[in-house]
Design a protein around this ligand. Structure first.
Ligand SMILES: NC(=O)c1ccc[n+]([C@@H]2O[C@H](COP(=O)([O-])OP(=O)(O)OC[C@H]3O[C@@H](n4cnc5c(N)ncnc54)[C@H](OP(=O)(O)O)[C@@H]3O)[C@@H](O)[C@H]2O)c1
Length: 253
């Protein structure tokens, strides 16, 4: 029996990186999935891979910057599976450049994707969870929420907003059986990793040396293990927390 047996999970950002690893591990642990993303090819590949391994999932194509499309994700989950036990919010983008070069377009992109979409998915799913008397939400923030970092200014500000929002909304809904937690990843090897790090062994080593991590960058699965814990009943006494999964970045200085 899996640790998420028969739980119904919505995973945003399921077409790449952390969200894809979480969707894959959730399915392996017995969850039925609504996988959300924009890339239909990657979405179809994920659904097929899960089916090949005996799991069940559907892909919902959604650009989360279009807020009017977000309720459709909930509708599809209810239509396919009848309830929603877990919302895992992973979709995100990074704008990585000096402060004076970051413009209003960058700010809107980061705000709409990394903050507003999380607000909307939570506001859409929470009423369903309240009616069920149970549910858990896991939002992917970042160590940028708490750790000073050059070049990701709007990104860090929105991630700090997500940890704050999650904690406060967790307080409002704790008596209704809903738990809301954040995972704060350190540098994880995904498509989001800036090219100058991805393409250079020296840059990777310099990052590892600088932040004193456990000798490596993180892999998406490192976050998926935390996601299974927070999504499962094993964490039923845990709400409003920031779970840092950073290989030691935050203790390095
Ligand atoms: N990688 C890191 O070092 C790191 C560190 C800390 C926190 N994080 C956070 O972890 C989360 C996942 O990032 P990742 O590293 O896995 O990055 P990734 O591999 O680039 O994946 C990003 C995901 O977000 C989805 N997405 C982006 N914009 C979207 C939109 N408008 N509508 C719907 N989906 C959208 C993408 O979907 P499509 O490809 O289908 O468009 C993709 O599935 C993000 O919230 C990120 O901020 C990452």
């Amino acid at each position: 029996m899996g640790r998420l047996e028969d739980k119904i999970a919505i995973v945003t950002g399921a077409t790449s990186g952390i969200g894809e690893a979480v969707a894959t591990m959730y399915a392996k642990e017995g969850a039925k999935l609504v996988a959300v993303g924009r890339n239909e090819t990657k979405g179809a590949e994920l659904v097929n891979r899960i089916a090949d391994n005996g799991g069940k999932s559907v892909f919902v194509k959604c650009d989360l910057r279009n807020i009017d499309d977000i309720p459709g994700i909930k509708d599809e989950a209810i239509k396919q599976f009848g309830r929603i036990d877990i919302l895992f919010n992973s979709a995100g983008v990074l704008v990585h450049k000096p402060f004076l070069e970051q413009n209003m377009e960058d700010l809107n992109l980061i705000f709409e994707t990394n903050f507003r979409a999380y607000v909307m998915t939570m506001q859409t799913v929470i009423p369903v969870m309240v009616e069920q008397g149970k549910g858990t939400i896991v939002n992917v923030a970042s160590i940028s929420s708490v750790w000073p970092e050059l070049n990701s200014y709007f990104y860090g500000a929105m991630k700090a907003g997500i940890t704050n929002l999650s904690r406060n909304v967790a307080k409002e809904f704790s008596r209704k059986g809903i738990r809301i937690n954040c995972i704060l990843p350190g540098p994880i090897n995904t498509n989001m990793t800036p090219d100058f790090i991805k393409n250079s062994r020296e840059a990777q080593q310099a990052l590892i040396d600088e932040v004193g991590m456990l000798g490596r960058l993180g892999e998406p699965e490192d976050i998926a293990y935390a996601a299974v814990y927070l999504g499962s009943d094993e964490s039923s006494f845990v709400t409003g927390i920031d779970l840092i999964v950073d290989g030691g970045v935050c203790i390095s200085n």
